[in-house]
Ligand binder design. Structure first.
Ligand code: ATP
Ligand code: MG
Length: 357
């Protein structure tokens, strides 16, 4: 069953269903010297307990910003967050920082994009893993250290009883990412947000980290949001996928639907940019021409229209003037003015042959 909400359900009270995490009409704005950055707009998604939602999109599409909002990590002085984020029915937007702090590290945890920046260089790995455990459980230092060693062993660090006393710079990138996973899972959070945890790693280590997360998910029943640029990684881990572009959802569906029958020109572009199955990892990727728009002053209509090679097939000037709604087309949700029949024929006659050539 899809863990995603159909658009007609988007207006129903959040948490009315049984979603573990339910995000409704999320908007995140930053006040900057240059104006208001509309980083996330009218975003809706659900995540079921024990499942993995992959969020994919180019740099600047709002993946981190939307998930930092879930974690309550934005600076309220320059950020406005509107909408609803419910975790097991509890509204997180507007929750006092003290309450959010109690949830962070305990019920929900995040693995950050840059492990070196996220770990303090001044404290041992063991201390940094033990700290949230001691804070949330009241364990003493000895128990904290034992727990850190146990977690390092779980994430596959050799000689954990020795490495517990290492500093972050003494770990390789892959080991630091494992340590970050240990730190985020030390209190058995129900929700784990992994923000591009494998991007900086080489392909073999990437695969090991993805396997590790899947194993830990099995063991702890964790619900995961996995953020990545890379549809290839999504294929390995996600049950459902949300594709973001310029701060909006442009496509949502099951992993199979998004990878096999994407319905949005941006999704087609992403698909063309991943290595083929059985191909060498060195195969040159086909990046999407052009660059993402400024979120200070996004294009009118569909934000993807300046880069879209199919916009001329839409009647009138709709792509430039009217924002497409996220609607069902050929099995899942996409936000594009092409008709379902046009999408289907472009996919089968142009996109799929391109991929096999
Ligand atoms: N604190 C901030 N103040 C102003 N603008 C911000 C702030 N944080 C993020 N942004 C802007 O919000 C937009 C979305 O950023 P976000 O970090 O969510 O992108 P992303 O999809 O995670 O990209 P990446 O793949 O590079 O990590 C970007 O245009 C970014 O410049
Ligand atoms: Mg990011």
């Amino acid at each position: 069953m899809s863990t995603l909400t159909k658009p007609e359900a988007a207006g129903t009270p959040a948490g009315a269903g049984d979603a573990f995490l339910s995000v409704r009409d999320l908007r995140v704005r930053f006040r900057t010297e240059d104006g208001i950055v509309k980083a996330v707009n009218e975003l809706n998604f659900d995540l079921e307990a024990g499942k993995t939602l992959g969020i994919v999109g180019e740099s600047g599409s709002g993946k981190s910003v939307s998930n930092l909002a879930v974690m309550g990590l934005h600076n309220p002085r320059n950020t406005t967050i509107e909408g609803s984020i419910k975790l097991e029915g509890q509204e997180l937007i507007g929750l006092p920082q003290r309450d959010l702090e109690k949830l962070r590290g305990n019920k929900m945890a995040m693995i950050f994009q840059d492990s070196l920046a996220a770990l303090s260089p001044y404290y041992t790995i063991g201390r940094q893993i033990a700290e949230p455990f001691m804070k949330h459980t009241g364990a003493n230092k000895k128990e904290g250290r034992e727990r850190a060693i146990e977690m390092l062993a779980k994430v596959g660090i050799p000689q954990p009883d020795k490495r517990v006393d290492s500093y972050p710079h003494e770990f390789s990138g892959g080991m630091r990412q494992r340590a970050m996973i240990a730190m985020s899972l030390v209190c058995n959070p129900k929700l784990l947000i992994a923000d591009e945890p494998t991007t900086a790693l080489d392909v073999t280590v990437q695969a090991q980290i993805v396997d590790l997360l899947k194993d830990l998910q099995q063991e702890f029943g964790t619900s995961i949001i996995f953020i990545t640029h890379d549809l290839g990684v999504i294929r390995e881990i996600a049950d459902d996928v949300l594709v973001m572009y310029a701060g909006r959802a442009v496509e949502r569906g099951t992993m199979r639907e998004i990878l096999k029958t994407p319905q949005h020109p941006y999704g087609w572009g992403l698909l063309s940019s991943i290595p083929r199955i059985n191909a060498s990892v060195d195969i040159p990727l086909r990046p999407i021409p052009g660059s993402p728009p400024s979120l200070l002053n996004p294009p009118s209509g569909c934000a993807f229209n300046p880069r879209c090679e199919f916009r001329e097939q839409v009647t009138g000037d709709k792509c430039r003037t009217e924002r497409p709604a996220l609607e069902e087309a050929n099995g899942h949700l996409s936000a594009c003015h092409l008709t379902p029949a046009q999408k289907q024929s472009i996919l089968t006659e142009q996109i799929l042959p391109r991929l096999s050539s």
